[in-house]
Design a protein around this ligand. Structure first.
Ligand code: EPU
Length: 354
């Protein structure tokens, strides 16, 4: 057995540094995966027989409510390259363990814009398709070409296209039927050569306008368009202003999805709450800003034990220090109950709760 395909099991592995909430829990076993061949060696190791498995990238979308009695696969696969190019687009492949934000910065530095709206999202490239990450007017699926997975039951390597991944709002095949069955080892993005800025999202447009005035360059009214780098910088600035840095204050980004309601329910709600923040959907339904609903219920900045609602973004739950996953879930439940009572709207958790 070569060094690259042997599995190094670590018993009682501390996960505190592997989940962005910073919960102090342990895994029965953990195994760091630096080469694809190590995956199946780990899964087929007799010590892992019959144990549940958890695949962790950056741990930025998971709530660990206790010690994990199973095998944690720490995906540390690295590498990124342009794999193909045609008249219309570049195809860029990155390994599952690449840190997402670094990857986005690298594509820009290589003169291949298109992912700038997704700057500063925590986590890894391999995790991005699972919840189809999105922010500031762009979803990952709009730049997606294909991905490679290893099926853990068989060891088979399969390439899946967008259709197979069934992307939706913060959703994909991997959150449903595909859950816990695959490891995403690499993702290929399609970055169109004709680049169009995506600068319409309110917070982003505001930040771009401010920068424009600050440097005394032509304003939007001149028809000049922001560069990809300017969008990247503005997204970073907006995120830093609103969202807590997980290294300073444990969190998993938005804790709830923005709920989507039908037109009739929205009409009734709008009558009662004229200021409700909403986004009409192509199918006639309406997406509501969960942060606004939670804020309206008075939860912003409130705490239950060491778990709290962030002071600048009510959609983000934080660990003020020493909170457990159970405490965060108790806070989430209380919020869900209040929002349901007041608005008749159910909030679904965004991160995976274990
Ligand atoms: N709002 C409030 N109070 C709050 C929070 C928000 O009134 O405490 C209002 C805002 O004023 C705004 C609206 O709600 O009018 C939406 O807020 P924001 O622009 O901050 O975005 P969001 O809908 O709360 C979503 C994503 C974020 C993403 C931003 C920007 C989800 C679940 N969340 O948040 O994604 O960064 O839009 O595109 O879709 C994540 O998924 O982890 C995440 C951070």
């Amino acid at each position: 057995m070569s060094h690259s395909d042997s599995a190094q099991f670590i018993a009682g592995y501390p996960l505190k540094a592997h989940n962005t909430f910073g919960f102090d829990v342990r895994a029965q076993f953990a195994c760091r995966i630096e080469h694809e061949e190590q995956l199946m060696a780990a899964v087929r190791d007799p010590r892992a027989a019959g144990l549940p498995r958890l695949v962790l990238g950056g741990g930025s979308n998971v709530v660990l409510t206790g010690d994990f009695g199973g095998l944690v696969l720490l995906v540390a696969l690295r590498g990124r390259q342009v794999v193909r190019e045609d008249d219309e687009a570049w195809y860029v492949e990155a390994a599952g363990g690449e840190p997402w934000h670094e990857f986005v910065g690298w594509t820009l530095s290589q003169g291949m814009p298109g992912l700038e709206n997704l700057a500063l999202i925590p986590g890894t490239v391999g995790a991005a398709p699972i919840q189809n990450i999105g922010a500031y007017g762009l979803e990952m699926c709009e730049r997606f070409a294909s991905l490679r997975v290893v099926e853990l039951a068989t060891g088979e390597v399969v390439e899946l296209d967008a259709r197979a991944c069934q992307f939706g709002y913060r959703d994909s095949f991997f959150k449903r039927e595909g859950r816990d069955r695959f490891v995403i080892t690499s993702v290929t993005f399609r970055l169109p050569k004709v680049w169009q800025p995506r600068a319409g999202y309110a917070d982003l447009a505001r930040a771009l306008a401010v920068n424009d005035t600050a440097v005394g360059s032509p304003s939007e009214s001149d028809g000049s368009q922001p560069s990809a780098q300017a969008i990247f910088d503005a997204v970073v600035a907006v995120r830093r202003a609103k969202l807590p840095d997980p290294l300073e204050l444990g969190n998993a980004g938005s804790f709830f999805k923005n709920p989507v309601v039908d037109a009739a329910q929205f009409g009734a709600l709008k009558l009662r709450e004229p200021e409700v923040v909403s986004y009409p959907q192509p199918d006639g339904r309406v997406k509501l800003a969960a942060g606004w609903l939670i804020d309206r219920c008075g939860w912003k900045g409130r705490a239950m034990g060491a778990a709290a609602v962030h002071e600048r973004q009510a959609l983000v739950l934080v660990n003020r220090g020493g909170a457990s996953g159970a405490e965060v879930l108790a806070l989430a439940k209380a919020i869900q109950r209040d929002v349901l009572e007041r608005f008749g709207v159910e909030l679904d958790a965004e991160p995976v709760c274990l």
